[in-house]
Design a protein around this ligand. Structure first.
Ligand code: SF4
Ligand code: SF4
Length: 155
């Protein structure tokens, strides 16, 4: 099934970094496959890694310019921006997730969910960032094999 058919994003619907780029450290993953008039992500990136042909176009990512800093995550009104670090540890990947519900605490164990909301296992909360009037960002560690599957948590 594609996003067009069931509204659920798959890895085939989005721009994915190369294996080599994943292996070089944290990198942005933008899950925004629908053309809508929106572009805060473009101005949010201090490294000019995100561009757009026009305000109705899909964001284009230059993964070589992206440092994985995460500055763009809380600027996206669609909660469509994540950062994935498959180099976090031997067995785990770190995923930074935009989160607007009651935030967990660093050290908590939460449920890791995929894009359909299906349970994929446990995740450890590594860090939580919440600035006034901004979307929270929860960093979680999950099994490395789940790096491109887990996109939400349940506390
Ligand atoms: S993670 Fe940082 S460098 Fe990468 S696109 Fe977002 S703001 Fe730019
Ligand atoms: S800010 Fe978010 S929703 Fe808007 S175009 Fe960029 S990625 Fe898509």
């Amino acid at each position: 099934m594609s996003y067009e058919e069931d509204g659920i994003i798959t890895n085939e619907d989005i721009q994915i970094p190369s294996k080599e780029r994943f292996e070089s450290g944290p990198v942005v993953i933008i899950e925004c496959p629908q053309s809508i008039p929106c572009n805060p992500c473009v101005d949010a990136c201090p490294f000019h890694a995100i561009s757009m042909n026009d305000i109705n176009a899909l964001p284009k990512i230059d993964f070589e310019k992206c440092t994985g800093c995460g500055s763009c995550i809380s600027k996206c009104p669609g909660l469509a921006i994540f950062v994935v670090d498959t180099t976090y540890s031997d067995n785990e990947a770190l995923i930074k997730i935009p989160y607007e519900f009651a935030l967990p605490k660093t050290g908590d164990t939460v449920k890791a969910l995929d894009r359909k909301g299906e349970l994929k296992g446990d995740a450890r909360v590594i860090n939580v960032i919440k600035e006034k009037d901004k979307t929270g960002i929860v960093s979680i560690a999950v099994k490395k094999t789940l790096a491109m599957e887990v996109r939400n948590i349940r506390c």
